[in-house]
Design a protein. Structure first.
Length: 240
């Protein structure tokens, strides 16, 4: 696959399709962040590509092959073998919680609290679970959030979680992708804002929100020392 240009707005010349990407300065150049869909995001840094929770709902026609894939949960919108197959290559390392290991037999299983270095990238699995009862329920130990270190920047992907003690205990997070509007009234905009206040990331990307009101979260954090960035997480369906 030909590497696309990583400019703030990427123009794929063959179809003039614009893909929004953000840049975070780091030790060896920018970390390039491209939201894809829902909880799916692509990161590029220092010749490495990290794909998080690839899901076929997103448009992967211009995505880059992954060196590392991070899977946060066993649910279909986080663990999609078809999407994984589309963006993996020979040698791709796939980090996954045990609950999804049967669908990715060659995955690297990491439990809550475990730290590993994967293809040169430090990865820490953060507990990701619900506190409120109800269906669907994400019990403790089933899913992972992740903190990865790229160029001295600590980047957190929450997966599906409430603001549990393990999340509140996070420190020195430069970029946080944090769930909003999970099912059954969990992680409303106000709950997400309170969680941001608890662990104080510098940059916040609300994601996994479907019909959640990002403007409400922005209003709740207005005037606070957090930069809220939005991505086009719900573009039209990917071409078949």
């Amino acid at each position: 696959m030909t590497r696309k240009f990583t400019l703030p707005i990427l123009f794929v010349l063959c179809g003039l399709i614009a893909l929004a990407a953000d840049h975070i300065p780091a030790a060896k150049g920018d970390i390039v962040i491209t939201p894809i869909a829902h909880a799916s995001v692509q990161l590029e840094y220092d010749g490495k590509v990290i794909q998080v929770d690839p899901w076929s709902t997103g448009d992967y026609s211009h995505a880059l092959p992954a060196d590392v894939i991070l899977i946060t949960g066993a649910e279909a919108d986080h663990l999609d073998p078809k999407a994984i197959q589309k963006i993996r290559k020979s040698g791709t390392a796939i980090v996954i919680p045990a609950a999804g290991a049967d669908k990715v037999p060659d995955g690297i299983v990491i439990a809550n609290g475990e730290k590993r270095t994967v293809d040169g990238i430090p990865v820490e699995a953060i507990a990701s679970y619900d506190l409120l009862p109800g269906d669907p329920f994400h019990p403790k130990g089933r899913g992972n959030g992740y903190v990865i270190l790229l160029g001295g920047k600590r980047i957190y992907f929450s997966g599906v979680t409430e603001c549990v003690p393990e999340v509140q205990a996070l420190r020195n997070i430069d970029v946080a992708f944090i769930v909003m509007n999970s099912p059954n009234g969990r992680m409303t905009a106000s709950a997400t804002a309170a969680c941001v206040e608890a662990f104080k990331p510098a940059i916040v990307y609300p994601y996994h929100y479907r019909t959640g009101k990002v403007a409400e979260l922005q209003g709740l954090l207005a005037g606070k020392p957090y930069e809220v960035r939005t991505g086009d997480w719900y573009p039209p369906a990917a071409p078949k």
